[in-house]
Design a binder for this molecule. Sequence first.
Ligand code: HEC
Length: 161
Amino acid sequence: MKSLMVLSAGVIGLAAVGLSQQNSPGVSGVDAIAARQASLDMSSLAFHSLGEAMKAGEEPKNFAYAAAALAKWAKALPAMFPAGTGQGETPAFSQARPAIWKNRAGFEKAAAYYAETTQQLAALARANDSPGFTKQLEAVNQACASCHAIYKAGDQGPPKK
Ligand code: HEC
């Protein structure tokens, strides 16, 4: 009896998963590309404003929110690269290289490194550690550059827009 109940609970659970997937609105590939590019543009703006602020002698504690926002995005980043959304795979312009899906583990590792460096950046901001924060900006820059070198086509320098 008990095992039957467990079994039926499992079947109901599976049915519920099927149902929720069917009813879920989902996000199209083109929308995922638009969302990730917008987030990457905003990351670039946030990231460069942090460097400018440190050069202007401002206190890192005022930038904890911006640093934490980068860390939040870093965690969401891999899911914004679903299969079938690479360069030339949809009508949308994209610089996402096939390596993202050929070497998914490597891509996720690069994103995890980005998450780690930005989490540390946020912690240093909260601690108002100016030298530590400034040094950590280099590590974050490295996280952007090392991912782009393998997984992003086109210009590898700082974004010009
Ligand atoms: C884990 C990999 C990864 C990390 C980390 C990463 N990027 Fe990117 N980035 C990409 C990929 C892939 C694209 C191409 C996306 C596309 O065109 O669909 C991209 C595109 C961009 C673009 C162009 C967006 C557009 O509008 O076309 C900018 C700007 C950018 N990244 C800035 C950054 C900055 C700044 C950082 C670090 C603070 C960063 N990226 C970290 C992978 C990464």
